[in-house]
Design a protein around this ligand. Sequence first.
Ligand SMILES: Nc1ncnc2c1ncn2[C@@H]1O[C@H](COP(=O)(O)OP(=O)(O)OP(=O)(O)O)[C@@H](O)[C@H]1O
Ligand SMILES: [Mg+2]
Length: 122
Amino acid sequence: MKMVMAVIRHERLQEVQDVLDECGVSGVTVTEVKGCGAQRGYTEKYRGTAVHISLRPRLKIEAVMRAEIVKTVVDKMAAAARTGEVGDGKIFVLDIEDAVRIRTGEHGAETVQHAERAMWGH
Ligand SMILES: Nc1ncnc2c1ncn2[C@@H]1O[C@H](COP(=O)(O)OP(=O)(O)OP(=O)(O)O)[C@@H](O)[C@H]1O
Ligand SMILES: [Mg+2]
């Protein structure tokens, strides 16, 4: 299994969730975060003075999935999250050793896969 950890713009959440749903990923964790990339934030005028804002709000997306589908998911997520402007975000891929569905005690890849679309947000 792999975990896709992505940092995206708020306005791209629905499109990214739709990708995960299409690909049969069984769930997602979304966290409000702040971060910066290569531009190290941005500079804003406050009462005539230049103020450096180093961290901007973004969403962190964590989704664990079967290793076989991770390449497809990453490509589709990148397309869904892209505006073409700086600050579109990043996608990281991590190895996952195991997963447990607490209710049933099942382990492994069956716990992170859905047979049918759940139509999140629709
Ligand atoms: N190396 C990194 N490690 C952890 N988080 C990162 C890293 N790079 C970017 N991020 C996260 O992704 C968010 C968006 O990054 P961003 O898209 O600005 O990356 P970038 O490399 O500067 O690309 P671009 O030049 O297109 O802006 C950041 O606010 C931060 O939360
Ligand atoms: Mg940047």
